[in-house]
Design a protein around this ligand. Structure first.
Ligand SMILES: NC(=O)c1ccc[n+]([C@@H]2O[C@H](COP(=O)([O-])OP(=O)(O)OC[C@H]3O[C@@H](n4cnc5c(N)ncnc54)[C@H](O)[C@@H]3O)[C@@H](O)[C@H]2O)c1
Length: 358
């Protein structure tokens, strides 16, 4: 990796992903050198000035190579947040926990003075109601996490904050770290699967606009510097747009802006949870032969009982990347999908009925 070492150099692990790439583009505007470290390249064209390094945080040698000469690491790479990834326990542990250990160790060894860790609300949230929560909320005990991703993000965050103050190798300096907790983003509108909503209409969740998230990360990195008296050092921060909203209502402008109709069917959350449970069971049995994408996992159900207002620009951003309702979208495909959904729900309901006549 050839980097112009004269300016500040930022390394973004997971820089090929949705948020990492947005952050990289914003950092580039501040005349910084930006290196993206990821197992896969970004889906968009790489702007001049951003370097992509195809590498894996599970491999310490590659991490060491990447951190040399870097002034600040944004550790964003993670695995297992949604879909079938959530069910690959081994990879989740390796990327989220061992990967983070590798980054921290390499920062210390190669005198990287600052690290901002991108974490998640899940470190404090296990499905319970939280009103006006702030940074004083305790971590959810590890054994109460219903999914591996949340548990490993929590372990990694603790590691990151604990590493704060670690003396840098052969230097008088120390590593300054902080963590940002974020809420969540998009998914199933595209495939026509967003056909129903669930849960109580008055249950609210937080969302964050990606641009606010970019600002939060840049401010956090700045607040770890001596110039800012290392103000953010060892702190976790909740980041959100500060406008709690119903999970599904949050998506309404985007769904309708992309030409889809907003679902009118509301199903009980317990039924959806049961459906997700059964799907996971089926995945557990057949996943090795056919690693299908579950429609919903239990984690997704409890997290979405959890919203930014999309403006026209956002909708156009998605449209510009080929998203949105295609006028030729196959009605047969939709019909098949509906039939599959109905049959699946019928199977769930029937399996719960007591067996009569025996
Ligand atoms: N998207 C959300 O709603 C949300 C919510 C809360 C927290 N977060 C956190 O924000 C961060 C970014 O989220 P995102 O939506 O941009 O996710 P994303 O999946 O688009 O980006 C994650 C990136 O990490 C990379 N990665 C995975 N394993 C890797 C490995 N072994 N080595 C190197 N790179 C690897 C992936 O290839 C991917 O590009 C993650 O840390 C996630 O935990 C996201």
């Amino acid at each position: 990796v050839e980097v112009n070492r004269t300016g500040r150099t930022f390394l973004i692990t997971g820089g090929g992903g949705y948020f990492g790439f947005r952050l990289a583009c914003a950092l580039l505007k501040t005349s910084s050198n930006v290196v993206l470290f990821d197992v896969r390249p970004p889906s968009q064209e790489l702007p001049e000035g951003i370097i992509f390094m195809r590498a894996d945080i599970r491999d310490y040698t590659q991490v060491e190579e990447a951190v040399r000469g870097v002034n600040c690491v944004f550790h964003i790479a993670s695995y297992g947040m949604s879909g079938r990834e959530q069910l690959n326990r081994k990879l989740i542990e390796e990327v989220n926990v061992q990967g983070t250990e590798n980054i921290l160790r390499a920062c210390v060894a190669h005198r990287v003075p600052r690290l901002v860790y991108t974490s998640t609300y899940n470190v404090v949230f296990g499905g319970q109601e939280i009103k006006d929560g702030d940074e004083s909320l305790p971590y959810l005990p590890l054994h109460l996490h219903p999914d591996h991703y949340s548990r490993t993000k929590s372990i990694a965050e603790v590691q990151v904050l604990k590493a704060n103050g670690s003396p840098l190798n052969s230097s008088a300096g120390v590593l300054q770290t902080c963590a940002l907790h974020l809420p969540r983003i998009i998914s199933y509108i595209e495939n026509g699967i967003f056909r129903f909503v669930y849960g109580e209409p008055d249950s609210l969740v937080e969302f964050v606009h990606v641009d606010n998230l970019v600002s939060a990360h840049m401010l956090a990195a700045e607040a770890l510097t001596e110039k800012r008296q290392h103000r953010a050092t060892s702190q976790p921060y909740f980041i959100s747009d500060g406008r709690p909203v119903n999970n599904f209502e949050f998506f309404r402008p985007l769904v309708e802006g992309l030409g889809y109709s907003f679902p009118t069917l509301r199903l009980p959350i317990s039924l959806i949870y049961l459906f997700a449970f059964l799907t996971e069971m089926v995945h557990h049995i057949v996943g090795r032969i056919y690693n299908f994408q579950p429609l919903l996992t239990r984690t997704e159900v409890y997290k979405t009982g959890e919203p930014k207002l999309y403006d026209l620009e956002d909708v156009q951003w998605f449209r510009g990347r080929g998203h949105g309702k295609k006028s030729s979208q196959s009605s047969i495909k939709k019909l098949i999908l509906d039939v599959v959904l109905v049959v699946a729900f019928a199977a769930v309901v029937l399996s719960c009925l007591p067996v009569v006549g025996q």
